[in-house]
Design a protein. Structure first.
Length: 350
């Protein structure tokens, strides 16, 4: 179901402190906390003694004390104390996960720790790039994470779902192109001399026609960055353009739910707090329109006949390509695990 040799966002950096925080990632419970020196750490959220949730315990220095029987584990997952006895069985340990902090988020590697490479963290530099300002949040979605990836790779729906903010008829009138490069999928739609969607007109203060660009990059397992540009029609002058990135990372909780981490980061009006709030509220409302559709879509899929197949259309090309990439990597990982009797032998995303 899930690619394990991959980085998933577990939390915003500011959410993790000197308390125990539980997150479910790709069907596995994880407990996160910060060491006394400030570094984040992550363990499997199951005590090896009686499988109680470690997140219900407490931190003692840099050790996690289980709230059920008091067993203490260090940041490597090794047991360092069992109340009432001095002998500690070597098997009394919890799994420790590689962890990294980048682009304002805490990332956890769910697969073979020996293969955890921070270079595989998606390129979301625009969250921290000098000269850019970002706003964002987290949305709990009761739908499979791939439905949200599909949604972000096929923006045709903006015409119908987001008419009040970022959608208009121009989107369905202009074709999109896509290509697959290794494990990445790139989708682009360029709309010439079209009316600006409502949010663009409000942000830039003009109803004049624009050349609108949507350039989308998918990175496994469920990361999508969308560069949106709105030039004055007939011009490619960035000084006059609206330009922002929609950064999206979806962390599966289980097969039927996910956590959606998002930001909008822009290179204009950086000091305008009112503009930031306008964009935040408008984009959040836009995404909640998606959530309403996707949660009902999940319900329809779950209650449909097992033998019924979806019927594809041309606009599905990008999302179908992304699913094929991910399916290929998941199959390769499963084959590798079966061959080696444990963790997959390769984390290559090429």
């Amino acid at each position: 179901m899930f690619l394990k040799n991959a980085w998933y966002i577990a939390a915003w950096s500011h959410e993790i402190g000197r308390t125990l925080t539980q997150r479910w990632i790709a069907g596995e419970p994880v407990v996160l906390f910060r060491k006394e020196a400030g570094e984040a750490a992550a363990l499997e959220d199951r005590c090896p003694h009686r499988r109680a949730a470690l997140s219900m315990g407490k931190l003692i220095g840099d050790t996690v004390q289980c709230g059920y029987h008091g067993v203490q584990l260090d940041c490597s997952g090794s047991c360092v104390r069992i109340p009432g006895q001095t002998t500690i069985p070597p098997s009394m340990r919890a799994r420790a996960y590689p962890i990294a902090e980048k682009w304002q988020w805490v990332w956890v590697w769910m697969g073979d720790p020996a293969l955890a490479d921070e270079a595989l963290i998606p390129d979301f530099r625009w969250n921290d790039e000098p000269g850019w300002v970002s706003t964002g949040g987290t949305i709990e979605v009761k739908a499979n994470y791939q439905l949200l990836t599909d949604n972000l790779l096929d923006l045709t729906h903006e015409t119908y779902v987001h008419a009040k903010t970022i959608g208009n008829n121009a989107i369905v009138e202009w074709p999109m192109t896509h290509r697959t490069e290794g494990s990445e999928v790139h989708v682009q739609r360029i709309m010439r001399d079209t009316p600006p969607p409502p949010l663009f007109a409000k942000v830039r203060g003009t109803e004049e026609n624009i050349d609108r660009w949507q350039t989308i990059r998918f990175q496994v397992p469920a990361n999508v960055s969308i560069e949106a540009r709105g030039y004055p029609a007939g011009s490619e002058d960035l000084a006059q353009a609206l330009r922002w990135f929609s950064i999206n990372s979806i962390t599966p909780v289980d097969d039927g739910s996910c956590r959606y981490y998002w930001t909008i980061t822009r290179c204009f009006g950086q000091e305008d707090e009112a503009l930031t709030e306008l964009i935040h509220q408008s984009i959040h409302a836009t995404f909640m329109e998606d959530v309403a559709i996707l949660e009902q879509q999940q319900l329809m899929i779950q209650t449909d006949r097992a033998d019924r197949k979806e019927i594809g259309v041309r606009a599905d090309a990008g999302s179908v390509a992304a699913r094929r990439v991910l399916d290929r990597l998941i199959r390769a990982e499963a084959t590798s695990a079966a061959t080696h009797g444990g963790e997959p032998a390769s984390a290559s995303h090429a």
